[in-house]
Ligand binder design. Structure first.
Ligand SMILES: Cc1cc2nc3c(=O)[nH]c(=O)nc-3n(C[C@H](O)[C@H](O)[C@H](O)COP(=O)(O)OP(=O)(O)OC[C@H]3O[C@@H](n4cnc5c(N)ncnc54)[C@H](O)[C@@H]3O)c2cc1C
Length: 430
C-alpha cells in the first residue's frame, strides 16, 4: 500500500491567507536518521525566524514541522505588525544596565528584522505601514498619550500622532472610538506569505525543513535527539518552537493559557466603501484584553478579528460571533458576504512575559508572546540564535524570569480560559 493513503496529509486551516498565499510549501517529511548542528521543532514564525538567523550564520539547521510551514498561529493571525512586548514591566525589573536601550530593542527589534528580511529576500507579503491604536474610553487616551511621549523621548523615527475623535472618524469612518494613536512605524502584512517567504530564504541559506512530521519525543543528552514516527534528527542543540500547539513536553504546556482568537474576511469591498472606511489602509486595534482588530487585505476585504469564548473552528459559528461586532462598527457591512472565517490559538503566560528558557543544557524553548507575536517572534529567533552562539545576555534576561506554573492549565484549559475571558470582559468595560 502506498504511504500517502495511510498518512493523512495536513493542510492549512481554510483561511483567507491559505487561499491567497500563492506559494504552497511541500517539503518532504523527515525519514531516516539525520544529524544537524541545531534542530528546531515547529515552523511558525519562531521556528522559521530562528532557523533563518542560524542558517545565515552558517549553522546546519533542520526544522521539523508537524503540519505545514505557518500552519499554527503564524499563518492565521491578524497580520498586525504591533510594536512593544507583553510583560514589559516585569521584564524591565530584571534589566540592570542600559534599561531604555534594551527595552527599545525588545519593543521594536522585531520590526527591524522583518523590514530587513522583506528587503533582503524580496518577500512579497503585502507589508504596509500605518497603524491606529483606537481608544474606547478616555483612560485609553491617557495611556496613548504616555506612549506618545515616550516615543518622542526615544526619538522614534516614524510619525506618531494623537488623534481626536473627529480625525479618527475621518480616517476609519466610524464614531465608535473617542480618539486614537497613529503610529506609522507599525503596520500590517500577510503573515502566511511572510512565514513561507522566510522559510524559502532559510532553505536558500542552507536550512532543511521537513513538513508533515509530528515530533513524538525529544531525547536529552550530550547530543539531543528529535524523534518522529519515521525518522530522527540528532543535534548539538534543540529549540522547541511549538508554542500553544506544542504537546510533547508537559512542562511547556502548563505555563501558559491557550487563548483563541478568530477572524472573518469579507468579500472584496467596493472602492466607494473602502474610501469611507479606511482610505489610508491602516491597521486598527483596540486596547481591550478581549480585543477587536481589523484592517484591509491587499484585495480590499475587511479582515475583522477578535477574542471570544468559543473553542471550535466552525466557520458559521465564528461568523455568527464576529459579524455583529463588525456591524456595530460598520453598519454598512451588515449584509456583506463573509468569504472566510477561521481561528487559531495564542499562548498567553500568566505574567505575560515571553518564555525563553532551557529544559536541559542543550534543549531550549521559546514561546508565549500573547498578542504580540508577529514582531516578538522575529526578535526571539535572533535571541535564540545568539544563545546557540553562546551570546546569552538577552536570552538570560528572559530565562531568569521563571514562568508561573498553572496547575491544571492543560487539562482544564477550556473552563479556565472561559473564566479568564469573562473576567477580562468585565474589566475591559470598567
Ligand atoms: C487568530 C490570531 C490572531 C493573531 N493576531 C496577531 C496580530 O495581529 N499581531 C500579532 O503580533 N500577533 C498576533 N497573533 C499572535 C501570533 O500569531 C503568535 O504569537 C505567533 O504567530 C506565534 O508564533 P510561533 O511560531 O511561536 O507559534 P505557531 O505559529 O503557533 O507555530 C507553532 C508550530 O509548531 C508546530 N508544532 C507544534 N508541536 C509540534 C510537534 N510536536 N512537532 C512538530 N511541530 C510541532 C505547529 O504545527 C505549528 O506550526 C494572533 C494569533 C492568532 C491565533
Amino acid at each position: 500500500m502506498k504511504e500517502k493513503s495511510v498518512i493523512q496529509a495536513q493542510v492549512h486551516t481554510s483561511s483567507y491567507y491559505a487561499a491567497s498565499v500563492g506559494d504552497a510549501t511541500d517539503f518532504a517529511p523527515l525519514r531516516g536518521e539525520k544529524s544537524a548542528d541545531v534542530c528546531v521543532v515547529g515552523a511558525g514564525f519562531t521556528g522559521v525566524s530562528t532557523a533563518l538567523h542560524l542558517a545565515e550564520r552558517g549553522y546546519d539547521v533542520h526544522v521539523v514541522e508537524a503540519k505545514k510551514v505557518g500552519w499554527g498561529a503564524s499563518g492565521r493571525n491578524g497580520g498586525q505588525l504591533i510594536g512593544g512586548i507583553s510583560g514589559e514591566r516585569t521584564i524591565a525589573k530584571n534589566i540592570h544596565n542600559d534599561t531604555a536601550d534594551v527595552l527599545r530593542n525588545l519593543r521594536w527589534g522585531g520590526h527591524d528584522i522583518i523590514r530587513e528580511r522583506v528587503a533582503t529576500y524580496g518577500i512579497q507579503c503585502d507589508l504596509k505601514f500605518g497603524y491606529l491604536d483606537v481608544a474606547i474610553r478616555t483612560r485609553h487616551l491617557r495611556d496613548f498619550r504616555s506612549e506618545y511621549e515616550r516615543l518622542q523621548r526615544e526619538s522614534f523615527p516614524h510619525k506618531v500622532e494623537i488623534l481626536s475623535k473627529d480625525v479618527t472618524c475621518e480616517l476609519i469612518g466610524t464614531n465608535a472610538y473617542v480618539g486614537a494613536l497613529l503610529n506609522m512605524g507599525n503596520g500590517h502584512l500577510h503573515p502566511l506569505k511572510l512565514c513561507v517567504g522566510e522559510a524559502r530564504a532559510a532553505v536558500a541559506c542552507g536550512a532543511t525543513i521537513y513538513e508533515q512530521s509530528p515530533v513524538v519525543d525529544i531525547q536529552k543528552g550530550d547530543k539531543a535527539k528529535v524523534v518522529t514516527a519515521q525518522g530522527s534528527v540528532t543535534a548539538d542543540a534543540v529549540i522547541i518552537a511549538g508554542n500553544a500547539y506544542h504537546s510533547v513536553e508537559p512542562k511547556l504546556r502548563g505555563v501558559m493559557f491557550p487563548v483563541n482568537s478568530f477572524i472573518i474576511a469579507t468579500e472584496p469591498l467596493d472602492d466607494e466603501i473602502v474610501a469611507t472606511i479606511n482610505p489610508r489602509d491602516l491597521a486598527v486595534c483596540d486596547p481591550n484584553f478581549v480585543l477587536e482588530y481589523f484592517r484591509l487585505s491587499a484585495d480590499k476585504r475587511l479582515l475583522f478579528g477578535g477574542r471570544c469564548n468559543y473553542f471550535g473552528d466552525d466557520p458559521k459559528s465564528i461568523e455568527k460571533r464576529l459579524r455583529p461586532k463588525m456591524s456595530k462598527i460598520y453598519p454598512q457591512l451588515a449584509t456583506v458576504r463573509i468569504d472566510y472565517a477561521w481561528g487559531g490559538t495564542i499562548g498567553v503566560p500568566v505574567n505575560r512575559v515571553p518564555q525563553l528558557g532551557r529544559l536541559s543544557p542543550n534543549v531550549l524553548y521559546c514561546q508565549g508572546y500573547s498578542g504580540h507575536g508577529v514582531n516578538v517572534t522575529h526578535l526571539a529567533g535572533q535571541i535564540m540564535a545568539d544563545a546557540i552562539a553562546g551570546v546569552l545576555e538577552r536570552f538570560d534576561l528572559f530565562a531568569d524570569i521563571k514562568p508561573v506554573v498553572i496547575p491544571g492549565a492543560y487539562v482544564l484549559s477550556k473552563p479556565m480560559v472561559a473564566l479568564g475571558i469573562l473576567y477580562h470582559q468585565i474589566k475591559d468595560r470598567l
